[in-house]
Design a protein around this ligand. Structure first.
Ligand code: C5P
Length: 230
């Protein structure tokens, strides 16, 4: 299997905070994720410092709306030069197909990945939401829906990755909720170590706080990569 890649989640509130963090983070990090916090604060200009540095961009806006709105959002976002974007699989087949069609029509088509279940949700949350499936059943059902709708891959916890990898040998599998064995889990509920995620078939590991909030982000990134390669 190819080596998995590390994506650092730039969950910061402003362009100033972004610049400060980028100066501390090591050059060897090729992928960065810009999510709702930074994109709502700065808009597309938040992507410029990453483009200037030649980084690959994962724009994580988790699109979930009617098909037309999502399709148009994919096109306008892709025009900013992003490599990877998220949609919510629960948006349904028509929305997923519209997103895939819109991406394919772009000059530089971004890859699309669908969120199956947020890693901050557990089985108790499913009960609250009225979802009768287990997390693993839900991941597989939504994975089938997304991949058969033309989506390139899935965002999933490492705990569901193996089942998805077996079912979808060629899909991108992006796993957030990554922590070192002794790491603080914060609001995540289904966490896993880097090596476990890779072993389960992840292609990209999204890591935020364990690197961004580390006293020494370079050492934290190196430790994560070493753990991934174990
Ligand atoms: O700080 P931490 O490593 O928990 O950050 C994980 C990142 O991955 C956050 O930016 C979060 O929005 C994102 N994410 C997630 N779970 C998903 C999809 C994305 O935690 N299912």
């Amino acid at each position: 299997m190819n080596k998995a890649e590390l994506i650092v989640a730039l969950d910061v509130p402003s362009a100033e905070a972004l610049e400060a963090r980028l100066q501390e983070l090591p050059d060897f990090i090729e992928w960065y994720k810009v999510g709702l916090e930074l994109f709502c604060a700065e808009g597309p200009s938040a992507l410029e410092p990453l483009k200037t540095r030649g980084k690959k961009i994962f724009l994580d806006l988790k699109l979930h709306d009617i098909p037309r709105t999502v399709g148009h959002a994919v096109k306008t976002a892709a025009a900013h030069g992003v490599n990877l974007m998220t949609v919510h699989a629960v948006g349904g087949r028509a929305m997923l197909e519209e997103a895939a069609k819109a991406a394919a029509e772009c000059t530089n088509p971004p890859k699309l990945v669908a969120v199956t279940t947020l890693t901050s949700l557990n089985q108790d949350d499913f009960t609250d939401l009225g979802i009768g499936r287990t997390i693993s059943e839900q991941a597989l059902a939504l994975g089938r829906l997304a991949i058969s709708s033309g989506i390139d891959g899935l965002v999933t916890s490492a705990h569901e990755a193996k089942v998805l990898r077996e079912e979808f040998p060629d899909a991108l599998l992006i796993t957030p909720g990554i922590r070192m064995p002794d790491g603080d889990i914060g609001d995540q509920k289904r966490v896993a170590t880097p090596s476990f995620a890779v072993e389960q078939g992840a292609t990209h590991l999204v890591i935020g706080r364990p690197i961004m909030q580390a006293a020494d982000p370079i050492a934290a990134a190196i430790a994560m990569i070493e753990n991934m390669n174990q």
